[in-house]
Design a protein around this ligand. Structure first.
Ligand code: MN
Length: 486
């Protein structure tokens, strides 16, 4: 196990992160937590306070504000000690008390498989909507817990790891916190899929040594070419793919390692957006790009805010190399996601504004509909945890939908009225069937028929979002056609 974080270490890390701020609050929080947890030990045998310190330190690594870091120290106090939320309010004020209370509420839920899934999610998202920092602290807490999984009975360790894979990591991903998401996944992986973990680990070991050699060569050539073309390079780094994301990619590539082009990718960080495109040009003049592998996430960011240019090129070493090109701001946002918000407020506002987080509102809107109903559970899981796509209205408004959503989902997303009267759809100005899976960048126009009285019951099968299905069911029910879909 890596050495634990001490108070001294935490303090100097915080001073480095927030050099101009007073650390009185932090010192007070440490003192309070240390006294409250005094005498308590974790299953690892260590003093409880080391878990509080580690959680706070994870928040430092996420570059969070002083209040949030202090809350990391206090996060388990009301649940596990004699001190109450009122004590915390008296000592630290309303803001910190609200954060601690949010985490305490989340802490009381237990994962009991799919039947509790919806309840878990609902609590997570209610907390999220009230203050995203609650979720970030919860993720920092979970990261420390997942690192000490082997102290639990195997079945318990597996349950915690599975919950982390199914709930926590996807939420971190949704918030664009890539580094944290990857760590949560990589620590959980061996506990949930031990055999698969062994298999992927040995594959990586076999390939890495060989690949490093030509990646180093490609890195030198790329650097040289960029210098020659006067592109200012801040850094070129080789990054090794995280093991769980490699596992998932292998599954989607027929378990064929030769079809994985980004076991190691080269990441080029340059000062400006213009430099990014210039870099791409230089790389493509030197090496031939693979068809269909050039991705411009700068012009079309991923729904979680990720931006970069990606390309894979044929090199003279007989190997394909993937390049990821980005500026410094994109890099920080790619690593820390929403947590980079404080530093790059303007840029991130675009992605994390109330409007772009409307999927949270959607969830809050129909949480009351959640019954013990597998269909609802599946709908929610699909809506939140699959990759999202961006499609456009003819007016250029961006609509955020789950992957494989159809024109029906699009129509109902805009308005039930439009959905209910739909007769067809134009996708990129071409007539399209209503069950065609939409792709990011598609421009979708719904053709309405005023004479249509109600949706077609078949649309239930074509819709991919719970929201559209819900509305279709309601409209059918209103028109007394329950027999058609029940
Ligand atoms: Mn904790």
């Amino acid at each position: 196990m890596t050495p634990r974080i001490t108070w001294q270490k935490l303090k100097s890390a915080v001073i480095q992160l927030h050099p101009d701020e007073d650390i009185t609050l932090l010192a007070k929080a440490y003192d309070f937590a240390r006294r409250a947890h005094a005498g308590q030990k974790r299953k690892t045998g260590e003093e409880y306070i080391y878990h509080s310190l580690a959680t706070a330190n994870n928040l430092v690594e996420l570059k969070m504000d002083m209040q949030t870091i202090a809350t990391g120290l206090l996060h388990d106090v009301p649940e596990d000690t004699d001190k109450t939320l009122d004590d915390i309010r008296r000592e630290f004020g309303d803001d910190i008390c609200t954060l601690v209370s949010g985490i305490t509420k989340l802490g009381t839920l237990k994962y009991r498989g799919i039947e509790r899934y919806a309840e878990n999610l609902r609590k997570m998202f209610v907390a999220m909507a009230s203050d995203l920092r609650i979720i970030i602290i919860k993720l920092a807490d979970r990261l420390d817990n997942i690192k000490t999984l082997d102290i639990h009975r195997p079945d318990k360790a597996k349950r915690i790891a599975q919950e982390t894979l199914e709930i926590y990591a996807p939420i971190a991903n949704r918030l664009g916190m890539f580094e944290l998401k990857s760590q949560l996944e990589d620590y959980s992986f061996p506990f949930v899929y031990p055999e698969e973990y062994k298999w992927v680990s040995s594959l990586v070991k076999d390939h890495l040594k060989n690949e490093r050699k030509y990646i180093d060569k490609a890195q030198k050539i790329a650097y040289h070419q960029l210098m020659k073309n006067n592109v200012p390079v801040i850094e070129i780094q080789g990054r090794v793919k995280h093991i769980y994301s490699l596992y998932k990619k292998l599954l989607s590539r027929g378990k064929d390692m030769t079809r994985i082009y980004d076991l190691i990718a080269l990441r080029i960080i340059v000062p400006t957006v213009a430099d990014c495109y210039q870099t791409l040009g230089v790389i493509h003049r030197r090496w031939t790009p693979l068809k269909g592998r050039v991705k411009d996430y700068i012009a079309q960011p991923k729904p979680n805010g990720y931006q970069s240019l990606h390309t894979s090129v044929f090199t003279e070493f007989g190997k394909v190399v993937e390049f990821q090109i980005r500026d410094e701001m994109m890099h920080e946002i790619a690593e820390y996601g929403i947590a980079a918000h404080t530093k790059y407020k303007e840029a991130t506002n675009k992605f994390y504004s109330k409007k772009s987080l409307h999927w949270i509102d959607d969830l809050l809107g129909w949480q009351k509909d959640i019954k013990d109903n597998m269909q609802y559970l599946k709908d929610i899981k699909n809506d939140i945890f699959q990759d999202r796509i961006f499609v456009f209205t003819p007016e250029g408004d961006v609509i955020d939908l789950p992957e494989a959503a159809t024109p029906i989902d699009f129509a109902y997303h805009i308005h039930s009225e439009i959905g209910g009267h739909m007769s067809g759809a134009l996708v990129n100005q071409q007539m399209s069937s209503l069950d065609r899976p939409l792709k990011s960048g598609d421009v979708v126009e719904i053709i309405k028929d005023k004479n249509r009285k109600q949706p077609n019951a078949d649309w239930l099968k074509m819709a991919k979002t719970g929201k559209a299905r819900d509305k279709i069911r309601n409209q059918l029910r209103k028109n007394g056609s329950e027999k058609f879909w029940n």
